[in-house]
Write a protein that binds this ligand. Structure first.
Ligand SMILES: Nc1ncnc2c1ncn2[C@@H]1O[C@H](COP(=O)(O)OP(=O)(O)OP(=O)(O)O)[C@@H](O)[C@H]1O
Ligand SMILES: [Mg+2]
Length: 478
């Protein structure tokens, strides 16, 4: 039998001396991978476990395929041809090895072997599953997925940590990076745009840790966000009008609170006549406008050279005649240049920022600018922030997993050396149901937004009734 030669390791090859007949005898009647895999909590080497399972068989067939198929074909053939070649070969090998399968099982098996060769192996079905938004791998036998805001264990596992590591390397190799002991942390992006972070030994203690934020093919629109109760219709209307009228807006929130989603959704309000430049670490934004120039940072190469940071890109963007600059996430020195942009004719520029409330967003911004602008006084930094940023939309992932806009703050200027922030809308939590669901209501605070005049001037006014603090906005928020 041939050895698995992908990475010079033969760990993925199932017990070579094993008798295939033995596998046939112990293989489950039904073969889908999900059912053949043991629950992740169970140690892999449990003596009660069948000696072979579908994963073993797949890797064995894979090993033979690697040996028998002309690997240069992998790049030359198109997907359909390659798939049919692989299917034919798999069929032959399965017949030779006398693995009992009917034709439906055979087709599924061939497609999973194909995934194993060209794709991401066991997690490929999860990547194709539209209902899965995040895939979180904690070592080879534990994979969690997020569906509709809730984490659940997926019935998927890898053969061992080497198998998982090979897949991680395949992901990062596609973007010209690699992960090993000297570079155990890496960010990458799949072909479909999904974002991947991997941490391996010695950083990861119990096997590779992989977090995948899937790229949503149909991003959430403002209408959908309203129907998911992320915000009431009135608030969506207000934000739409504000963005349309070029109100400079920051979207603040914790990790995974829905910031990027909100930024994407709000961008529909931007006039198609404007030229937008987007800057991101990993291009995630899916703006619908016709005139969008997208830029992405570049990490340093193995020698630590060639890095292009967001800061350089923001500076460069200003030479590209943008109407607005959209920054995926402001996290360091580029804050300084972004504020300059916002203050010099690029009103309506937008960014997300990692903070727990609008006030904190301001102080984080201040820290970032202070680090990048050596010598600028605190007062002038604050002055810059106060004149650049107008709205801060706060997103939050609540304890029940739902993602909501919980506050909209407006910066109204400076008083002494303090940036003045007034809250326009707020989500008040009322109580938590026995099933954990958070019940609350959305109201205006009664303050009249300062940006309203400009909105009205530009024909983007909204009904005044939404600012009445006695009215609960939208439907009751349960
Ligand atoms: N209101 C919502 N309802 C349901 N799902 C949502 C909502 N908002 C965002 N999501 C989903 O939550 C996930 C995280 O959203 P998103 O990427 O926008 O968050 P983020 O705050 O930008 O995260 P990060 O901090 O990683 O940049 C995505 O899968 C997205 O589709
Ligand atoms: Mg984001």
């Amino acid at each position: 039998m041939v050895r698995f030669r992908f990475s010079g390791s033969n760990a993925a090859l199932a017990d070579e001396s094993a008798d295939t007949q033995d596998w046939v005898a112990t293989s489950p009647e039904k073969l889908p991978e999900a059912e053949a895999a043991p629950p992740p909590s169970k140690p892999a080497a449990s003596p009660a476990e069948p000696k072979f399972d579908l994963l073993d068989a797949k890797l064995r067939v894979h090993a033979r395929l690697i040996d028998e198929i002309d690997l240069s074909l992998l790049d030359k053939l198109d997907e359909t041809d390659l798939k049919s070649q692989v299917t034919n070969l798999v069929r032959e090998i399965v017949r030779e090895e006398r693995i009992a399968m009917n034709s439906a099982e055979m087709a599924e098996f061939a497609s999973s072997v194909y995934d194993e060769m060209t794709g991401l192996g066991p997690i490929e079905p999860l990547l194709k599953d539209e209902s899965v938004s995040d895939i979180l791998i904690n070592g080879y036998q534990q994979v969690y997925v997020e569906r509709k805001g809730e984490l659940e264990l997926a019935n998927v596992r890898f053969l061992d940590n080497d198998h998982l590591l090979r897949i991680v390397n395949r992901i990062v190799a596609a973007v010209g990076r690699r992960v090993d002991e000297s570079q155990p942390l890496v960010d990458a992006r799949l072909l479909d745009g999904s974002r991947v972070n991997a941490a391996i030994s010695p950083i990861a203690v119990d096997g590779p840790l992989v977090s995948i934020r899937k790229f949503s093919k149909s991003p959430l629109t403002l209408e959908k966000l309203v129907s998911y109760r992320a915000m009431p219709q009135e608030v969506a209307d207000f934000l739409f009008g504000a963005v349309r009228a070029r109100t400079t807006t920051l979207i603040s929130g914790g990790t995974g609170s829905g910031k990027t989603t909100l930024l994407n959704a709000l961008s529909v309000a931007i006039s198609p006549k404007e030229r937008l430049i987007t800057i991101e670490d990993a291009a995630e934004l899916q703006l619908q406008q016709p005139h969008v120039a997208r830029m992405e940072t570049r990490p340093p190469n193995i020698e630590g050279k060639g890095e292009i940071r967001q800061r350089e890109l923001v500076k460069n963007a200003l030479r590209m005649r943008p109407d607005r600059v959209i920054l995926g996430e402001v996290r360091s020195g580029e804050a300084f240049d972004m504020l300059q942009a916002m203050n010099t004719g690029h009103e309506g520029s937008m960014a997300t920022i990692h903070a727990n409330n609008p006030r904190e967003a301001i102080s984080r911004l201040e820290q970032m600018v202070a680090m990048a602008s050596m010598g600028m006084s605190q007062d002038s930094i604050r002055g810059q922030i106060a004149s650049a940023v107008q709205l801060i939309v706060q997103a939050q992932r609540l304890s029940d997993g739902s993602r909501r806009v919980v506050s909209i703050g407006e910066i109204t200027g400076m008083e002494g050396s303090v940036v003045q922030l007034q809250e326009l809308f707020v989500f008040n939590r009322l109580h938590t149901e026995s099933d954990g669901r958070v019940v609350g209501e959305f109201r205006a605070t009664g303050l009249r937004p300062k940006c309203l005049d400009e909105m009205q001037r530009r024909g983007c006014g909204v009904p005044m009734s939404m600012f009445d603090p006695n009215r609960v906005l939208g439907h009751s928020h349960g």
